[in-house]
Design a binder for this molecule. Structure first.
Ligand code: NAD
Ligand code: TYD
Length: 374
């Protein structure tokens, strides 16, 4: 896709990753019109975008991706030629309690967007020319990897620790275990089916765990930073031995920008940082960093670690091989993990008001009042 003028619909732009993508596109491409479509579920928060909300090339629309009629109206109204689809239910623990909501939003919502885009773009004289449907997915669709070296060893690629010999590659067979990953896998299949059946210009990317500012504090890193600050227990699932591959959220947003403009239609790209960590090791780093930044004795809050019953079906290890993206499009992470964690902890400690608003649920009351008559 060229970098001449575009009208881009970003779904889920009020959430964690979506807000970073919206901010990047609004600031970097003043010629583009960015339409952020978000239902503002518990995970959507317009405060994440307060710094760009008045920019002339930005519009916010509160809507549900499952509302097919509304999406069918919005696409021609804003002459949308590119879609970056992030809206989803994203938390594994919630999917275990309430799988229906995940199937509805992640599967039916994605299908509704695909079908609306197909009907609109096929009605135009140029049809799919210079159009793009870019679906953001997760590495969790691939299932879980074995811990073949539980103590870890240094990777030849990144000089960082790895915990197994295998990695998720673009060719790895899908094997989702949680209702969340099953719903994301299903949506990925629908996206690819729309390319293969109707010729829609689609791209799918599968990314590893993100961390950084504006993440909802139900996820490991913001939850634990906030708990350490307030000296609340840190609920570590199982033995804390599970391994995740962490990427700073702004690096993910940069990858999305590169792939949206230069990715090859119908391709899949894996996005990751070659940055594997056992949960318990990250938790120790978080405790020491929060303690230091708050002027406490480093490590004095290690006693907050509380081992709790493991998550059902807890995937052991995720590790992404993103060499295709580096080789073909030149993207690689810019931040070392230690640097990214320091920035992230500082951000949450400096933005206690944001955190308090989210944990008290006040931001939701504000939207309910604001949108109640619309
Ligand atoms: P998030 O939960 O922080 O945000 C999701 C956003 O989608 C929220 O703003 C919410 O209001 C919106 N939304 C939910 N249901 C909607 C609906 N029916 N209609 C319109 N909007 C709706 O999620 P996130 O962590 O920013 O993840 C964004 C995307 O990236 C998801 O598709 C997720 O699967 C994927 N992903 C996330 C990670 C990660 O580590 N967070 C890693 C890889 C991929
Ligand atoms: P999470 O942030 O929920 O991301 P995901 O499940 O998508 O990887 O969890 C990251 C890891 O941290 C995962 O192995 C589960 C674990 N975890 C805990 O041990 N305790 C917690 O309270 C949470 C939220 C997660």
């Amino acid at each position: 896709m060229t970098t001449s003028k575009h009208n881009i619909l970003i779904t889920g732009g009020a959430g964690f990753i979506g807000s970073h993508v919206v901010r990047l596109f609004v600031n970097k491409y003043p010629d583009y019109h960015i339409v952020n479509l978000d239902k503002l579920t518990y995970a959507g928060n317009l405060a994440n975008l307060s710094d760009i909300e008045d920019q002339p090339n930005y519009t916010f629309v509160r809507a549900d991706i499952c509302d097919f009629d509304t999406i069918c109206q919005l696409l021609p109204q804003y002459k949308i030629d590119g879609i970056i689809h992030l809206a989803a239910e994203s938390h594994v623990d919630r999917s275990i309690k309430d799988p229906f909501t995940f199937a509805r939003t992640n599967v039916m919502g994605t299908l509704s967007l695909l079908q609306a885009a197909r009907l609109y773009w096929e009605s135009l004289p140029e049809r799919y020319e210079n159009k793009r449907f870019y679906h953001i997915s997760t590495d969790e669709v691939y299932g879980a990897l074995e811990m073949t070296c539980p103590e870890g060893r240094t990777s030849e690629i990144s000089a960082h620790e790895v915990y197994g010999d295998d990695f998720f590659r673009e060719t790895t067979k899908y094997c989702p275990h949680s209702p969340y990953s099953a719903s994301k896998a299903s949506s990925d299949h629908f996206v690819r089916a729309f390319h293969d059946t109707y010729g829609m210009p689609t791209i799918v990317t599968n990314c590893s765990n993100n961390y950084g500012p504006y993440q909802f504090p139900e996820k490991l890193i913001p939850l634990f930073i906030n708990n350490i600050r307030h000296r609340k227990p840190l609920p570590v699932y199982g033995k804390g031995e599970n391994v995740r591959d962490w990427l700073y959220v702004e690096d993910h947003a940069r990858a999305i920008d590169t792939i949206f403009h230069h990715g090859i239609i119908a391709e899949t790209y894996n996005i990751g940082g070659f940055n594997e960590w056992k949960n318990i090791d990250i938790i120790r780093v978080l405790i020491k960093t929060v303690d230091r930044l708050l002027g406490r004795t480093e490590g004095e809050d290690l006693n907050l670690i509380t081992y709790v019953t493991d998550r059902a079906g807890h995937d052991m290890r995720y590790a992404i091989d993103s060499t295709k993206l580096k080789r073909e499009l030149g993207w690689q992470p810019s931040l070392q993990f230690e640097e990214g964690i320091e920035k992230t902890v500082k951000w949450y400690l400096d933005n206690q008001e944001w955190m308090d608003n989210v944990t008290s649920g006040d931001y939701q009351k504000y939207y309910d009042d604001m949108y109640s008559n619309k």
